[in-house]
Design a protein around this ligand. Structure first.
Ligand code: MG
Length: 350
């Protein structure tokens, strides 16, 4: 198998601001894996929060030893990858799955035994801004489910402004921005705005703090669910947070790809936890890969391509908040402009 690596620089339509940073552009990485006349594609998202850059991801991928000549041996190829950034692992895993589906002539969801008609609707993200600007963004979006990013500065005003202009289902993401005491004081008030759940109220690395918060909220009769995102990367983390939160947020860039994402999903189910499938700032390539697991999940937060101005791919289709999985073999992702397809003319004709 021949693996090549190229930069995939994404420009955001508007500045993306969450509790731990802001960005206008993201330096992602494209992986291309060739074998037997087929090409598999994968994407690594450089997430500043995890310390990855386009350069560090490309360096790691370029230094990979040969992956062997049996592309269907996904488990052993992935198990033998050297330790490295989860996002880079995800790109290799994604390209292997794409290649697998193309070689077998089947879309990935079918190889996983899933129905493409059982997908939850996706949310659309409202990033941190002044309350009036967040309310304007919520009104303009016209999506039935909004995920509202909130920081430590007066989060209730932003939520109140949004709730005043929309009847959409609302989820809140605090991105680890609150202390346990702040969270205990804030959440009972925020729950009054009819929320589906609150994502990552507390910093990661302390499941005990989540247990304490869940227990205190229960004692006070506050019904809102808590989800863990930054706290939970792999299936092992999911097991660690069982009983501490109601649900987990699964992303390929945290699990290191589809295979570990599947394990994390099954681990969550084994512990009676709910699952939201989400993404980083990723193009249609990475998000379509994740979407093949969407029929296994309760909630979707797969709006990455909607936030990007220069997405080079076509794959998953958005009919409002409803996602339509492509039925081409593998991930079903193609370059929008074949002339820009890095001279690949096999995946666009199958
Ligand atoms: Mg989150």
């Amino acid at each position: 198998m021949n693996l090549t690596v190229s930069p995939l620089t994404l420009t955001l339509k508007t500045t993306f601001r969450v509790a731990h940073g802001a960005s206008d552009q993201r330096g992602n990485v494209l992986v291309r894996l060739e074998h037997g006349g087929f090409t598999g594609y994968g994407e690594a998202a450089a997430v500043p929060y995890y310390g990855d850059t386009q350069a560090t991801l490309m360096d790691w991928l370029n230094a990979l030893p040969a992956l062997g000549e049996d592309p269907d041996a996904l488990e052993s190829i992935l198990k033998n990858l050297p330790p490295g950034p989860a996002a880079a692992h995800a790109a290799v895993d994604m390209a292997l799955h794409d290649l697998w589906g193309k070689r077998l002539g089947q879309p990935l969801y079918r190889l996983f035994g899933l129905s493409p008609t059982c997908l939850p609707q996706t949310s659309f993200t409202i990033s941190i801004n002044h309350p009036e600007a967040m309310a304007a963004a919520a009104r303009q979006s016209r999506y039935p489910i909004l995920k509202v990013k909130l920081g430590p500065e007066d989060p209730e005003s932003a939520l109140a402004a949004i709730r005043a202009v929309t009847n959409a289902r609302l989820r809140v993401d605090a991105n680890a921005g609150w202390t346990p005491q702040q969270a205990l004081e804030l959440i009972p008030r925020l729950a009054g705005y009819d929320l589906e759940f609150i994502e990552q109220p507390l910093p990661p690395g302390n499941a005990q703090a989540y247990r304490w918060l869940s227990e205190e909220l229960r004692k006070r009769g506050v019904k809102v669910k808590l989800f863990a995102d930054e706290s939970v990367k792999t299936s092992t983390d999911v097991a660690h947070y069982a009983g501490a939160v109601d649900g987990v947020v699964i992303k390929l860039m945290k699990t290191g790809g589809l295979r570990e994402a599947l394990r994390a999903i099954h681990t969550a189910r084994a512990h009676g936890m709910e699952i939201m499938l989400s993404c980083m700032v990723e193009s249609t390539l990475g998000v379509t890969a994740a979407a093949h697991l969407a029929p296994l999940c309760d909630y979707l937060d797969l709006d990455g391509p909607l936030l990007i101005a220069n997405d080079p791919f076509t794959g998953i289709i958005y009919n409002g908040a409803t996602l339509i999985l492509p039925d081409n073999p593998g991930l079903g992702v193609r370059f929008l402009n074949e002339h820009l397809s890095y001279r690949d003319n096999r995946t666009v004709t199958n």
